[in-house]
Design a protein around this ligand. Structure first.
Ligand SMILES: *[C@@H]1O[C@H](CO)[C@@H](O)[C@H](O)[C@H]1NC(C)=O
Length: 434
């Protein structure tokens, strides 16, 4: 909202300035007119002229007339002057009305242009405990022209302007198969594979999986095929931007994820970004006060710090809002610089760091997903599978993000949660053996 608010403020300032200029012109012409008519008669000193500053012309002239002029000749002359001035005044008033109308029209045009960012009227704060800031930013006006072909696909498959999106090339074919098979089982139509190569297109076609392949002239495909991991990660954020520009909310999904329930039934939709956490307990997932100790400071040895484990940039729900799009742009921009950067670290830094001297922070609203419903594989293998009660919980998704042996663990997750094979998870070590 920031930049647009700024623009609105600028428009308002411009209008105000225009009004002030118009008023100044009117006053200038009137004062000039009075001098032209009255000064040659030698009736007015500079002192008297200064009485016109308030702009209440007729009244001032009558006062001046009654104090300075005795003869009837003078009075009738003044009367004719006043009549003359009144008619000029009327003309100017008419002109002024026209100017005001023009200004209003210009303002209206500006308002129409920035229709999406209706700024709330000023309101009182309300009683203690009753006030809430804005988390749920308004969505952007969809713009089909930025990618008509994608727009057509999304109109067909999205449900209530939402869909799951995954990027895939042929290297992840086996995982992709488990991924879409688990989604199909839930009967969901609103998912899409962004195919980064022809083999993936063919694979999707064979399996009746909705896919989208970017045009070769869109400049991304060379990155997709030959680019480093980081370059491909940057690509993800650029592609995602178009979905948002088209007005869709996206559940961005890696392919090392098994779907056990329909995720859209467990999304809050109140934040710009709603993300799975890499945390392994409540503190690390939801944030905590980490006390730093510096004994040399004696009385003030404890410094309190804010900590939270990173959001997983391989599974998040993002709404089509300006802060959300700004986030994608910032991440893509930083990943395009040739310095090595991990997309997940960049994603989190942009999302969480505040403004400070020399830096303007992003101001996006965020929500951490329930760590048992949107479960990472550390939680599953270190905690849940060993706990009789937690084992009975049914997650929405399991993301095998913490383990390199992704495929066998994904298969085990399917066996355990979907096929009722109770010992399916047992053979795996907690972590990898390196
Ligand atoms: C962890 O967080 C959840 C969600 O807020 C809460 O329901 C649960 O009681 C918390 N567990 C512990 C041990 O604090």
């Amino acid at each position: 909202m920031g930049p647009l608010l700024g623009r609105r403020a600028k428009n308002a300032a411009q209008s105000a300035r225009a009004s002030r200029i118009a008023v100044a012109i009117v006053i200038g012409i009137l004062v000039g007119g009075i001098f032209a008519f009255l000064y040659p008669h030698g009736l007015f000193s500079w002192d008297h002229a200064s009485q016109f500053k308030g702009g209440r012309l007729t009244k001032s002239i009558i006062q001046i007339g009654s104090t300075l002029c005795e003869s009837s000749e003078r009075i009738s002359m003044l009367k004719s002057d006043i009549a003359d001035l009144s008619s000029k005044n009327l003309e100017l008033k008419k002109h002024n009305t026209e100017l005001t109308a023009k200004l209003k029209a210009a303002e209206q045009k500006n308002n129409d242009e920035y229709e999406v960012m209706v700024v709330d009227e000023l309101q009182k704060a309300g009683p203690f405990g009753s006030v809430k800031g804005i988390r749920t930013n308004s969505i952007v006006l969809p713009d089909d022209t930025i990618n008509p072909r994608l727009s057509k696909i999304l109109k067909k498959i999205a449900v209530q302007n939402e869909l799951i999106v995954a990027l895939a090339n042929s290297n992840v074919k086996s995982m992709l198969e488990i991924w879409f098979t688990s989604i199909k089982k839930l009967g969901m139509p609103n998912y899409l594979v962004v195919a980064l190569d022809d083999q993936t297109v063919d694979f999707c076609k064979e399996n009746g999986v909705p896919f989208y392949k970017r045009d070769p002239d869109e400049g991304f495909d060379s990155i997709a095929k030959t680019g480093s991991n980081h370059a491909v990660s940057g690509l993800k954020f650029r592609i995602l931007r178009e979905f948002l520009q088209l007005g869709y909310s996206v559940l961005l999904s890696d392919v090392d994820i098994v779907y056990i329930q329909n995720p859209f039934e467990h999304i809050y939709r109140d934040s710009d970004v709603e993300s799975m956490s890499d945390g392994h307990n409540n503190m690390t997932a939801y944030g905590f006060n980490d006390v730093f100790d510096d004994p040399s400071m004696g009385w003030a040895r404890y410094a309190h710090t804010m900590r939270i484990w990173v959001y997983n940039s391989g599974f998040f729900y993002i709404r089509p809002t300006l802060p959300a799009i700004e986030l994608l742009d910032r991440v893509a921009e930083r990943l395009s610089q040739r310095l090595p950067a991990w997309d997940q670290a960049v994603f989190n830094e942009e999302l969480f760091f505040p403004s400070y001297p020399g830096y303007i922070g992003l101001h996006a609203s965020k929500r951490t997903m329930d760590r048992y419903l949107f479960m990472n594989s550390k939680v599953l293998f270190k905690e849940v599978r060993k706990d009789g009660k937690l084992k009975k919980l049914k997650p929405v998704v399991v993301h095998v993000n913490y383990h390199p042996d992704k495929l066998p663990r994904m298969i085990a997750v399917v066996e355990f949660y979907c096929n009722g094979k109770e010992d399916a998870l047992e053979s795996f070590p907690d972590g990898s053996d390196w």
